[in-house]
Design a protein around this ligand. Structure first.
Ligand code: ADP
Ligand code: MG
Length: 307
């Protein structure tokens, strides 16, 4: 069905990012609750147009279970509204909450995370010849049904082309060395997303971004280029270490693409469901129902700033 902006009514807030807000809205004719991302009009027209074209390609990806469903895009008051499936919590909030409550995130979950992202990105590469360009914990969402899904596919490519913009937005670096250091016209490939996945895995496993300890964003970026790849601290399995280290090969020529990663032994455990360790139980135990998310949101952000 075709969605019109006038048929949408705001229900609540889901979050705020560098380019606008995400709100939950009800699509009145169908009663469907959606997450609506409103990208403020500061983004120039040309890139808005290109973004819409790519997003329509993403709509065809409905059959990909690892991707958040995309319902449609429209203009409203000069802004672009992106309507997508509403999820319960993003992985950045999820892991912070887990660490706050001293819950250790099990490797089973991390393997499930790795498998989901690799399968989803592989699908998009194979079917649409698209890469994500903005893999990070806040673009991986969970629902209380225990599903993990990737969102914001292809959006960031139009919004954060330059390193300077990323730094300006106060983002943590998920970019690989070749995107920071390379010729700006260099056609980096899917292995850039593989690097970002490696950083994401360390961050979720340890509760800290591996480049968190630098004074300025530019120092962080220099660090990505100038220092050895981040590593997991002690206390994780050999298989998990191996998976992360492969994702974080500094030289992208040596970094694996998806077919090789899909065969990585670490992901194997996520292919078999362990009956008494269901993901949904784990997500529910962290109180990921929607009300809890919105209720604790303000509190949580305040809490985080103190950490
Ligand atoms: P970022 O990804 O950089 O945090 P976004 O504008 O993409 O910025 O999203 C802001 C926040 O909104 C996210 O951190 C996430 O918690 C929340 N969010 C985004 N999309 C959804 C969705 N489909 N369902 C539920 N929450 C969402
Ligand atoms: Mg996002």
């Amino acid at each position: 069905f075709e969605i019109k902006a006038t048929e949408l009514k705001k229900v609540g807030d889901l979050g705020r990012g560098a380019y606008g807000v995400v709100e939950s809205m009800i699509h009145q004719p169908t009663g469907t609750i959606m997450a609506v991302k409103r990208i403020e009009s500061s983004v120039n027209d040309e890139s808005q147009k290109r973004m819409l074209v790519e997003l329509h390609a993403c709509m065809k990806s409905d059959c990909c279970p690892q991707m958040v469903r995309f319902y449609g895009a429209m203009y409203r008051e000069g802004d672009v509204w992106l309507c997508m499936e509403v999820m319960d919590i993003s992985l950045d909030k999820f892991y912070r909450r887990a660490f706050f409550h001293k819950i250790k995130i099990p490797e089973y979950f991390l393997a499930k995370l790795g498998l989901t992202v690799v399968e989803g990105l592989n699908f998009m590469k194979e079917q649409m010849n698209l890469m994500h360009r903005d893999v990070k914990p806040s673009n991986i969402l969970l629902n209380s049904g225990g599903q993990l899904k990737i969102c914001d596919f292809g959006i960031s490519g139009h919004l954060t082309n330059s390193v300077a913009k990323t730094v300006g937005a106060g983002c943590k670096p998920y970019m690989p060395p070749e995107r920071i250091d390379g010729d700006s016209k260099m056609a980096y490939d899917v292995r850039a997303d593989v690097w970002s996945l490696g950083i994401t895995m360390i961050e979720v496993a340890t509760g800290t971004h591996p480049y968190a300890k630098w004074k300025t964003p530019f120092d962080q970026l220099k660090q990505v280029v100038g220092s050895p790849s981040p590593r997991l601290p002690d206390g994780f399995s050999e298989q998990f270490n191996h998976f992360v280290n492969r994702c974080l090969e500094k030289d992208y020529n040596r970094r694996p693409k998806y077919p090789e990663l899909l065969a990585n032994p670490f992901l194997e455990q996520a292919r078999h469901r362990v009956p008494d360790f269901s993901m949904s139980g784990y997500v529910r135990s962290c109180k990921c129902s929607r009300w809890a998310v919105s209720l604790s949101h303000a509190f949580e952000n305040a809490q985080l700033e103190k950490l």
